[in-house]
Design a protein around this ligand. Sequence first.
Ligand SMILES: Cc1cc2nc3c(=O)[nH]c(=O)nc-3n(C[C@H](O)[C@H](O)[C@H](O)COP(=O)(O)OP(=O)(O)OC[C@H]3O[C@@H](n4cnc5c(N)ncnc54)[C@H](O)[C@@H]3O)c2cc1C
Length: 453
Amino acid sequence: MTPAPYDLAIIGGGAAGALVAMHCLARDPGMRIAIVEPRAALARGVAYSTTRDEHLLNVTADRMGWHADLQGDFVAWLQAVDGEGAADVGHDFMPRRRFGDYLAARLADAAASGSVVHVHEHAVACEDAGRTVLLASGERLHARACVLATGNASRPLPWPVPAEVAARVCEAWDLAAIAAIPPDARVAIVGTGLSMVDIVLALRGQQHRGAITALSRHALLPLPHEPTHMALDVDIDALAMLPLRARMRRLRALAAEAMAGGLPWQGVMQALRPYGVRLWQSLSPADQARFLRHVVRGWDVHRHRIAPQVVDMLDAMRADGQLRVDAARLAAITADGGQVVLHAAAHGAGAARCWQVDHVVNATGIQSRFPVAGDALQASLLAAGLARPGPFGLGVDVDGDGALRDRHGTAGAHLFAIGSLRIGAEWESIAVPDLRLQAARIAARLRPAARSS
Ligand SMILES: Cc1cc2nc3c(=O)[nH]c(=O)nc-3n(C[C@H](O)[C@H](O)[C@H](O)COP(=O)(O)OP(=O)(O)OC[C@H]3O[C@@H](n4cnc5c(N)ncnc54)[C@H](O)[C@@H]3O)c2cc1C
Protein backbone atom coordinates (compact mmCIF):
# COMPACT_ATOMS: atom_id res chain seq x y z
CA MET A 1 0.00 0.00 0.00
CA THR A 2 1.36 3.46 -0.88
CA PRO A 3 1.90 5.46 2.34
CA ALA A 4 -0.30 8.56 2.79
CA PRO A 5 1.37 11.54 1.15
CA TYR A 6 3.04 14.16 3.30
CA ASP A 7 1.48 17.60 3.31
CA LEU A 8 4.82 18.99 2.23
CA ALA A 9 8.19 17.73 1.03
CA ILE A 10 11.11 20.14 1.48
CA ILE A 11 14.20 19.28 -0.53
CA GLY A 12 17.19 20.67 1.37
CA GLY A 13 17.35 21.00 5.14
CA GLY A 14 19.63 24.02 5.53
CA ALA A 15 18.46 27.33 6.99
CA ALA A 16 15.97 27.92 4.17
CA GLY A 17 14.36 24.48 4.43
CA ALA A 18 14.11 24.84 8.21
CA LEU A 19 12.51 28.29 7.87
CA VAL A 20 9.87 26.95 5.47
CA ALA A 21 9.02 24.14 7.89
CA MET A 22 8.84 26.55 10.84
CA HIS A 23 6.59 29.02 9.03
CA CYS A 24 4.29 26.22 7.86
CA LEU A 25 4.07 24.71 11.35
CA ALA A 26 3.41 28.12 12.89
CA ARG A 27 0.30 28.33 10.70
CA ASP A 28 -0.67 24.70 11.01
CA PRO A 29 1.05 22.68 13.78
CA GLY A 30 -0.50 19.47 12.48
CA MET A 31 1.12 19.67 9.07
CA ARG A 32 3.10 16.54 8.12
CA ILE A 33 6.41 17.56 6.61
CA ALA A 34 9.28 15.52 5.17
CA ILE A 35 12.65 17.28 4.90
CA VAL A 36 14.98 15.51 2.47
CA GLU A 37 18.53 16.34 3.57
CA PRO A 38 21.62 14.12 3.39
CA ARG A 39 23.44 15.99 6.19
CA ALA A 40 23.18 14.52 9.68
CA ALA A 41 21.72 17.71 11.17
CA LEU A 42 18.90 19.95 10.00
CA ALA A 43 18.88 23.77 9.93
CA ARG A 44 22.61 24.21 9.33
CA GLY A 45 23.36 23.75 5.64
CA VAL A 46 26.62 25.23 4.38
CA ALA A 47 26.76 28.46 6.38
CA TYR A 48 25.83 27.22 9.86
CA SER A 49 27.61 23.84 9.88
CA THR A 50 30.90 25.45 10.83
CA THR A 51 32.14 24.57 14.30
CA ARG A 52 34.62 27.46 14.39
CA ASP A 53 33.82 30.36 16.70
CA GLU A 54 35.79 32.76 14.49
CA HIS A 55 33.24 32.28 11.68
CA LEU A 56 30.89 35.12 12.48
CA LEU A 57 27.47 36.07 11.16
CA ASN A 58 27.59 39.06 8.87
CA VAL A 59 24.20 40.25 10.13
CA THR A 60 23.83 41.47 13.74
CA ALA A 61 22.09 39.14 16.19
CA ASP A 62 19.07 41.43 16.64
CA ARG A 63 18.04 40.91 12.99
CA MET A 64 18.47 37.15 12.77
CA GLY A 65 15.18 35.94 14.30
CA TRP A 66 13.41 33.20 12.34
CA HIS A 67 10.29 35.35 11.76
CA ALA A 68 10.13 38.94 10.47
CA ASP A 69 7.88 39.83 13.43
CA LEU A 70 10.27 38.16 15.89
CA GLN A 71 13.58 39.62 14.79
CA GLY A 72 14.87 39.66 18.37
CA ASP A 73 14.11 35.98 18.89
CA PHE A 74 17.72 34.89 18.30
CA VAL A 75 18.86 37.28 21.05
CA ALA A 76 16.05 36.00 23.32
CA TRP A 77 17.22 32.43 22.72
CA LEU A 78 20.85 33.40 23.45
CA GLN A 79 19.70 34.98 26.71
CA ALA A 80 17.75 31.89 27.66
CA VAL A 81 20.76 29.65 26.94
CA ASP A 82 23.62 31.89 28.12
CA GLY A 83 21.88 33.83 30.89
CA GLU A 84 21.59 37.59 31.25
CA GLY A 85 25.17 38.11 30.01
CA ALA A 86 23.72 37.76 26.52
CA ALA A 87 21.49 40.81 27.01
CA ASP A 88 23.83 43.18 25.16
CA VAL A 89 24.61 41.06 22.12
CA GLY A 90 21.91 42.55 19.86
CA HIS A 91 24.45 44.53 17.83
CA ASP A 92 27.09 41.81 17.95
CA PHE A 93 28.13 39.49 15.14
CA MET A 94 27.69 36.12 16.82
CA PRO A 95 29.44 32.90 15.77
CA ARG A 96 27.50 31.30 12.93
CA ARG A 97 27.42 27.95 14.73
CA ARG A 98 25.31 29.58 17.47
CA PHE A 99 22.75 30.60 14.85
CA GLY A 100 22.68 27.00 13.61
CA ASP A 101 22.06 25.86 17.21
CA TYR A 102 19.25 28.41 17.50
CA LEU A 103 17.49 27.44 14.28
CA ALA A 104 17.81 23.73 15.09
CA ALA A 105 16.32 24.34 18.55
CA ARG A 106 13.42 26.39 17.21
CA LEU A 107 12.75 23.80 14.50
CA ALA A 108 12.72 21.06 17.14
CA ASP A 109 10.24 23.11 19.22
CA ALA A 110 8.00 23.60 16.17
CA ALA A 111 8.20 19.90 15.32
CA ALA A 112 7.57 18.70 18.88
CA SER A 113 4.33 17.09 17.75
CA GLY A 114 6.42 14.71 15.63
CA SER A 115 5.16 16.18 12.40
CA VAL A 116 8.60 16.69 10.79
CA VAL A 117 10.46 13.69 9.38
CA HIS A 118 14.13 14.03 8.40
CA VAL A 119 14.70 11.82 5.34
CA HIS A 120 18.49 11.30 5.18
CA GLU A 121 18.65 11.17 1.42
CA HIS A 122 19.53 13.07 -1.71
CA ALA A 123 16.65 13.99 -4.03
CA VAL A 124 17.42 13.31 -7.69
CA ALA A 125 14.16 14.15 -9.47
CA CYS A 126 10.68 15.60 -9.12
CA GLU A 127 7.73 13.99 -10.86
CA ASP A 128 3.98 14.50 -11.09
CA ALA A 129 4.12 18.33 -11.13
CA GLY A 130 6.24 18.27 -7.95
CA ARG A 131 4.10 15.89 -5.90
CA THR A 132 6.56 13.00 -6.09
CA VAL A 133 10.22 13.21 -5.12
CA LEU A 134 12.57 10.52 -6.41
CA LEU A 135 15.36 9.79 -3.92
CA ALA A 136 18.88 8.58 -4.73
CA SER A 137 18.01 5.23 -3.11
CA GLY A 138 15.29 4.73 -5.73
CA GLU A 139 12.49 5.26 -3.18
CA ARG A 140 9.70 7.69 -3.98
CA LEU A 141 8.26 10.16 -1.53
CA HIS A 142 4.77 11.57 -2.11
CA ALA A 143 3.58 14.96 -0.93
CA ARG A 144 0.87 17.46 -1.76
CA ALA A 145 3.48 20.11 -2.47
CA CYS A 146 7.23 20.44 -2.64
CA VAL A 147 9.66 23.26 -1.83
CA LEU A 148 13.13 23.33 -3.35
CA ALA A 149 15.49 24.65 -0.67
CA THR A 150 18.69 23.29 -2.15
CA GLY A 151 20.79 26.37 -1.42
CA ASN A 152 24.24 27.21 -2.63
CA ALA A 153 26.50 25.09 -4.83
CA SER A 154 30.15 26.16 -4.86
CA ARG A 155 31.57 27.18 -8.23
CA PRO A 156 34.35 24.86 -9.40
CA LEU A 157 37.71 26.29 -10.48
CA PRO A 158 37.51 27.00 -14.20
CA TRP A 159 40.78 25.19 -15.03
CA PRO A 160 41.76 21.53 -14.87
CA VAL A 161 43.85 20.64 -11.81
CA PRO A 162 46.80 18.28 -12.53
CA ALA A 163 46.29 14.93 -10.79
CA GLU A 164 49.64 15.09 -8.94
CA VAL A 165 48.52 18.19 -6.98
CA ALA A 166 44.78 17.47 -6.79
CA ALA A 167 45.07 16.63 -3.08
CA ARG A 168 46.52 20.10 -2.46
CA VAL A 169 43.55 21.92 -3.97
CA CYS A 170 40.38 22.08 -1.89
CA GLU A 171 37.04 23.86 -1.66
CA ALA A 172 36.41 26.79 0.70
CA TRP A 173 33.56 24.96 2.43
CA ASP A 174 35.60 21.80 3.04
CA LEU A 175 36.43 22.60 6.66
CA ALA A 176 38.23 19.29 7.22
CA ALA A 177 40.57 19.94 4.28
CA ILE A 178 41.32 23.48 5.53
CA ALA A 179 42.00 22.10 9.03
CA ALA A 180 44.53 19.66 7.52
CA ILE A 181 46.67 22.40 5.89
CA PRO A 182 50.08 22.35 7.67
CA PRO A 183 50.85 25.54 9.66
CA ASP A 184 53.88 26.55 7.57
CA ALA A 185 52.30 25.90 4.17
CA ARG A 186 52.14 28.70 1.62
CA VAL A 187 48.46 29.01 0.75
CA ALA A 188 46.80 30.71 -2.22
CA ILE A 189 43.10 31.47 -1.98
CA VAL A 190 41.34 32.02 -5.30
CA GLY A 191 38.69 34.65 -4.60
CA THR A 192 38.66 37.64 -2.26
CA GLY A 193 35.04 37.63 -1.05
CA LEU A 194 33.27 36.29 2.03
CA SER A 195 34.52 32.71 1.58
CA MET A 196 38.12 33.96 1.44
CA VAL A 197 37.51 35.73 4.74
CA ASP A 198 36.23 32.47 6.27
CA ILE A 199 39.36 30.62 5.18
CA VAL A 200 41.74 33.26 6.51
CA LEU A 201 39.87 33.24 9.83
CA ALA A 202 40.04 29.45 10.00
CA LEU A 203 43.77 29.41 9.18
CA ARG A 204 44.45 32.09 11.76
CA GLY A 205 42.38 30.14 14.31
CA GLN A 206 44.58 27.09 13.73
CA GLN A 207 47.76 29.19 14.28
CA HIS A 208 48.78 29.17 10.65
CA ARG A 209 52.25 30.71 10.17
CA GLY A 210 52.77 30.38 6.41
CA ALA A 211 52.13 33.10 3.84
CA ILE A 212 48.57 33.46 2.53
CA THR A 213 47.87 35.09 -0.84
CA ALA A 214 44.31 35.93 -1.88
CA LEU A 215 43.81 36.47 -5.61
CA SER A 216 40.96 37.85 -7.67
CA ARG A 217 40.55 39.98 -10.78
CA HIS A 218 39.83 43.19 -8.94
CA ALA A 219 41.24 42.33 -5.49
CA LEU A 220 38.17 43.88 -3.86
CA LEU A 221 37.63 42.87 -0.23
CA PRO A 222 34.30 43.01 1.65
CA LEU A 223 33.91 46.33 3.47
CA PRO A 224 33.08 46.71 7.18
CA HIS A 225 29.75 47.26 8.87
CA GLU A 226 29.76 50.35 11.05
CA PRO A 227 28.83 50.10 14.71
CA THR A 228 25.52 52.02 14.81
CA HIS A 229 23.85 50.14 11.90
CA MET A 230 21.88 53.32 11.34
CA ALA A 231 19.72 53.49 8.18
CA LEU A 232 19.78 56.94 6.58
CA ASP A 233 16.76 58.57 5.02
CA VAL A 234 16.62 57.48 1.36
CA ASP A 235 13.63 58.11 -0.92
CA ILE A 236 13.18 54.56 -2.20
CA ASP A 237 10.23 55.47 -4.48
CA ALA A 238 12.34 58.08 -6.25
CA LEU A 239 15.33 55.75 -6.46
CA ALA A 240 13.26 52.93 -7.96
CA MET A 241 12.16 55.26 -10.79
CA LEU A 242 15.75 55.89 -11.90
CA PRO A 243 17.60 53.89 -14.53
CA LEU A 244 20.80 52.18 -13.38
CA ARG A 245 23.32 54.87 -14.22
CA ALA A 246 21.32 57.67 -12.60
CA ARG A 247 20.54 55.41 -9.66
CA MET A 248 24.19 54.68 -9.00
CA ARG A 249 25.02 58.38 -9.35
CA ARG A 250 22.31 59.18 -6.80
CA LEU A 251 23.60 56.55 -4.37
CA ARG A 252 27.16 57.83 -4.64
CA ALA A 253 25.90 61.38 -4.00
CA LEU A 254 23.91 60.23 -0.96
CA ALA A 255 26.95 58.41 0.43
CA ALA A 256 29.16 61.47 -0.14
CA GLU A 257 26.57 63.74 1.52
CA ALA A 258 26.38 61.41 4.50
CA MET A 259 30.13 61.34 4.94
CA ALA A 260 30.38 65.12 4.54
CA GLY A 261 27.85 65.36 7.39
CA GLY A 262 29.88 63.00 9.57
CA LEU A 263 27.57 60.04 8.96
CA PRO A 264 28.65 56.60 7.71
CA TRP A 265 28.14 55.74 4.01
CA GLN A 266 26.92 52.34 5.20
CA GLY A 267 23.69 54.04 6.32
CA VAL A 268 22.71 54.39 2.65
CA MET A 269 23.12 50.66 2.00
CA GLN A 270 21.33 49.92 5.26
CA ALA A 271 18.34 51.99 4.07
CA LEU A 272 18.15 50.00 0.81
CA ARG A 273 18.33 46.62 2.53
CA PRO A 274 14.57 45.92 2.96
CA TYR A 275 13.88 46.98 -0.64
CA GLY A 276 16.39 44.81 -2.48
CA VAL A 277 13.80 42.85 -4.47
CA ARG A 278 11.91 45.97 -5.49
CA LEU A 279 15.07 47.79 -6.53
CA TRP A 280 16.17 44.83 -8.66
CA GLN A 281 12.79 44.33 -10.29
CA SER A 282 12.40 48.04 -11.05
CA LEU A 283 15.47 47.97 -13.31
CA SER A 284 14.81 47.30 -16.98
CA PRO A 285 16.21 43.99 -18.30
CA ALA A 286 18.90 45.97 -20.14
CA ASP A 287 19.89 47.72 -16.90
CA GLN A 288 19.85 44.43 -14.99
CA ALA A 289 22.25 43.06 -17.60
CA ARG A 290 24.46 46.16 -17.21
CA PHE A 291 24.38 45.72 -13.44
CA LEU A 292 25.56 42.12 -13.76
CA ARG A 293 28.29 43.10 -16.22
CA HIS A 294 29.67 46.29 -14.71
CA VAL A 295 28.35 47.01 -11.22
CA VAL A 296 27.98 43.74 -9.34
CA ARG A 297 31.54 43.36 -8.02
CA GLY A 298 31.67 46.82 -6.50
CA TRP A 299 28.09 46.43 -5.30
CA ASP A 300 28.79 43.17 -3.51
CA VAL A 301 31.65 44.51 -1.38
CA HIS A 302 29.47 47.42 -0.24
CA ARG A 303 26.35 45.29 0.26
CA HIS A 304 27.79 42.10 1.83
CA ARG A 305 29.74 43.72 4.62
CA ILE A 306 31.54 41.99 7.45
CA ALA A 307 32.10 42.61 11.15
CA PRO A 308 34.49 45.54 11.74
CA GLN A 309 36.71 43.41 14.01
CA VAL A 310 37.22 40.98 11.11
CA VAL A 311 38.31 43.83 8.81
CA ASP A 312 40.75 44.99 11.52
CA MET A 313 42.16 41.49 11.76
CA LEU A 314 42.62 41.23 7.96
CA ASP A 315 44.31 44.65 7.94
CA ALA A 316 46.68 43.57 10.72
CA MET A 317 47.58 40.38 8.85
CA ARG A 318 48.26 42.41 5.70
CA ALA A 319 50.32 44.93 7.65
CA ASP A 320 52.56 42.25 9.15
CA GLY A 321 52.99 40.63 5.73
CA GLN A 322 51.30 37.28 6.37
CA LEU A 323 48.34 38.07 4.10
CA ARG A 324 48.68 39.51 0.62
CA VAL A 325 45.85 40.44 -1.69
CA ASP A 326 46.79 40.51 -5.39
CA ALA A 327 44.76 41.43 -8.47
CA ALA A 328 45.22 38.77 -11.13
CA ARG A 329 43.43 37.21 -14.07
CA LEU A 330 44.27 33.61 -13.33
CA ALA A 331 44.42 31.37 -16.36
CA ALA A 332 45.80 27.98 -15.34
CA ILE A 333 47.05 25.69 -12.60
CA THR A 334 50.11 23.53 -13.12
CA ALA A 335 52.23 21.28 -10.91
CA ASP A 336 55.93 21.71 -10.20
CA GLY A 337 57.71 19.18 -8.02
CA GLY A 338 54.62 18.56 -5.90
CA GLN A 339 53.84 22.25 -5.53
CA VAL A 340 50.95 24.06 -7.12
CA VAL A 341 51.57 26.92 -9.55
CA LEU A 342 48.86 29.45 -10.35
CA HIS A 343 49.38 31.35 -13.59
CA ALA A 344 48.00 34.77 -14.50
CA ALA A 345 48.02 35.84 -18.12
CA ALA A 346 49.46 39.21 -19.11
CA HIS A 347 46.69 41.80 -19.04
CA GLY A 348 46.83 45.47 -20.05
CA ALA A 349 50.04 46.86 -18.61
CA GLY A 350 50.44 43.83 -16.31
CA ALA A 351 52.96 41.13 -17.27
CA ALA A 352 52.22 37.40 -16.92
CA ARG A 353 52.83 36.22 -13.34
CA CYS A 354 52.76 33.06 -11.32
CA TRP A 355 52.43 32.06 -7.67
CA GLN A 356 54.07 28.86 -6.43
CA VAL A 357 52.37 27.56 -3.29
CA ASP A 358 51.81 24.40 -1.24
CA HIS A 359 48.00 24.56 -1.10
CA VAL A 360 45.21 26.24 -3.07
CA VAL A 361 41.70 26.90 -1.78
CA ASN A 362 38.87 27.60 -4.20
CA ALA A 363 36.81 30.51 -2.87
CA THR A 364 35.39 31.69 -6.18
CA GLY A 365 31.83 31.78 -4.83
CA ILE A 366 28.53 30.17 -5.66
CA GLN A 367 27.09 28.87 -8.91
CA SER A 368 23.87 30.57 -9.83
CA ARG A 369 23.28 29.33 -13.39
CA PHE A 370 20.43 26.91 -13.82
CA PRO A 371 20.87 24.03 -14.20
CA VAL A 372 24.10 23.57 -12.26
CA ALA A 373 26.28 21.03 -14.13
CA GLY A 374 25.99 17.59 -12.54
CA ASP A 375 22.90 18.42 -10.45
CA ALA A 376 20.49 15.57 -11.25
CA LEU A 377 17.51 17.22 -9.55
CA GLN A 378 17.87 20.45 -11.51
CA ALA A 379 18.40 18.53 -14.75
CA SER A 380 15.21 16.54 -14.10
CA LEU A 381 13.17 19.67 -13.40
CA LEU A 382 14.31 21.19 -16.66
CA ALA A 383 13.82 18.00 -18.68
CA ALA A 384 10.31 17.48 -17.30
CA GLY A 385 9.42 21.09 -18.12
CA LEU A 386 8.61 21.77 -14.45
CA ALA A 387 11.15 24.60 -14.33
CA ARG A 388 12.74 27.05 -16.68
CA PRO A 389 15.81 29.23 -16.08
CA GLY A 390 15.26 32.59 -14.39
CA PRO A 391 16.30 35.94 -15.89
CA PHE A 392 19.83 35.81 -17.36
CA GLY A 393 19.85 32.06 -16.74
CA LEU A 394 20.23 32.69 -13.00
CA GLY A 395 18.25 30.29 -10.83
CA VAL A 396 14.70 29.38 -11.79
CA ASP A 397 11.79 31.48 -12.95
CA VAL A 398 9.19 31.96 -10.18
CA ASP A 399 6.11 34.02 -9.42
CA GLY A 400 6.00 36.47 -6.50
CA ASP A 401 5.39 33.68 -3.96
CA GLY A 402 8.16 31.48 -5.29
CA ALA A 403 5.97 29.06 -7.30
CA LEU A 404 8.03 27.64 -10.16
CA ARG A 405 7.06 28.66 -13.66
CA ASP A 406 7.02 25.71 -16.01
CA ARG A 407 8.46 25.61 -19.51
CA HIS A 408 5.45 27.64 -20.77
CA GLY A 409 5.81 30.27 -18.03
CA THR A 410 2.81 29.08 -16.02
CA ALA A 411 3.21 29.06 -12.24
CA GLY A 412 1.94 25.81 -10.71
CA ALA A 413 0.36 25.16 -7.31
CA HIS A 414 2.63 22.38 -6.04
CA LEU A 415 6.27 23.29 -6.59
CA PHE A 416 8.07 26.23 -4.95
CA ALA A 417 11.60 27.51 -4.53
CA ILE A 418 13.29 29.45 -1.76
CA GLY A 419 16.71 31.03 -1.52
CA SER A 420 19.47 31.21 -4.07
CA LEU A 421 17.36 29.49 -6.75
CA ARG A 422 15.37 32.77 -6.90
CA ILE A 423 18.39 35.01 -7.41
CA GLY A 424 17.67 35.92 -11.06
CA ALA A 425 14.06 36.84 -10.29
CA GLU A 426 14.67 38.65 -6.99
CA TRP A 427 18.42 39.23 -6.60
CA GLU A 428 18.30 39.65 -2.78
CA SER A 429 17.48 36.04 -2.10
CA ILE A 430 20.20 34.51 0.05
CA ALA A 431 20.42 36.03 3.53
CA VAL A 432 18.16 35.08 6.45
CA PRO A 433 16.11 38.33 6.37
CA ASP A 434 15.14 37.47 2.76
CA LEU A 435 14.65 33.76 3.39
CA ARG A 436 12.22 34.25 6.26
CA LEU A 437 10.01 36.52 4.12
CA GLN A 438 10.03 33.98 1.31
CA ALA A 439 9.25 31.17 3.78
CA ALA A 440 6.30 33.14 5.18
CA ARG A 441 4.81 33.68 1.72
CA ILE A 442 5.23 30.06 0.73
CA ALA A 443 3.55 28.97 3.99
CA ALA A 444 0.64 31.35 3.39
CA ARG A 445 0.18 30.11 -0.15
CA LEU A 446 0.41 26.44 0.84
CA ARG A 447 -2.05 26.59 3.68
CA PRO A 448 -5.26 26.09 1.73
CA ALA A 449 -3.85 23.45 -0.60
CA ALA A 450 -1.26 21.39 1.23
CA ARG A 451 -3.11 19.81 4.13
CA SER A 452 -4.14 16.20 4.19
CA SER A 453 -7.27 15.46 6.13
C1 LIG B 1 29.85 30.84 4.35
C2 LIG B 1 28.53 31.56 4.38
C3 LIG B 1 28.24 32.48 5.39
C4 LIG B 1 27.00 33.14 5.43
N1 LIG B 1 26.73 34.01 6.44
C5 LIG B 1 25.48 34.57 6.52
C6 LIG B 1 25.10 35.43 7.62
O1 LIG B 1 25.90 35.70 8.49
N2 LIG B 1 23.85 35.94 7.66
C7 LIG B 1 22.94 35.67 6.67
O2 LIG B 1 21.80 36.14 6.75
N3 LIG B 1 23.28 34.89 5.62
C8 LIG B 1 24.51 34.34 5.53
N4 LIG B 1 24.84 33.54 4.47
C9 LIG B 1 23.86 33.36 3.42
C10 LIG B 1 23.32 31.95 3.51
O3 LIG B 1 23.33 31.51 2.19
C11 LIG B 1 21.95 31.83 4.14
O4 LIG B 1 21.90 32.46 5.39
C12 LIG B 1 21.50 30.39 4.35
O5 LIG B 1 22.47 29.65 5.03
C13 LIG B 1 21.16 29.72 3.06
O6 LIG B 1 20.55 28.54 3.42
P1 LIG B 1 20.01 27.53 2.36
O7 LIG B 1 19.26 26.52 3.14
O8 LIG B 1 19.31 28.26 1.28
O9 LIG B 1 21.30 26.91 1.67
P2 LIG B 1 22.39 25.86 2.14
O10 LIG B 1 23.02 26.27 3.41
O11 LIG B 1 23.28 25.68 0.96
O12 LIG B 1 21.57 24.52 2.42
C14 LIG B 1 20.99 23.77 1.39
C15 LIG B 1 20.88 22.34 1.84
O13 LIG B 1 20.25 21.61 0.80
C16 LIG B 1 20.83 20.32 0.74
N5 LIG B 1 20.62 19.83 -0.63
C17 LIG B 1 21.08 20.36 -1.78
N6 LIG B 1 20.67 19.63 -2.82
C18 LIG B 1 19.92 18.62 -2.32
C19 LIG B 1 19.22 17.52 -2.91
N7 LIG B 1 19.18 17.32 -4.24
N8 LIG B 1 18.57 16.66 -2.09
C20 LIG B 1 18.57 16.85 -0.73
N9 LIG B 1 19.22 17.88 -0.13
C21 LIG B 1 19.88 18.74 -0.92
C22 LIG B 1 22.28 20.52 1.09
O14 LIG B 1 22.83 19.33 1.64
C23 LIG B 1 22.21 21.67 2.11
O15 LIG B 1 22.25 21.21 3.43
C24 LIG B 1 26.07 32.89 4.42
C25 LIG B 1 26.38 31.98 3.39
C26 LIG B 1 27.59 31.31 3.37
C27 LIG B 1 27.87 30.32 2.27
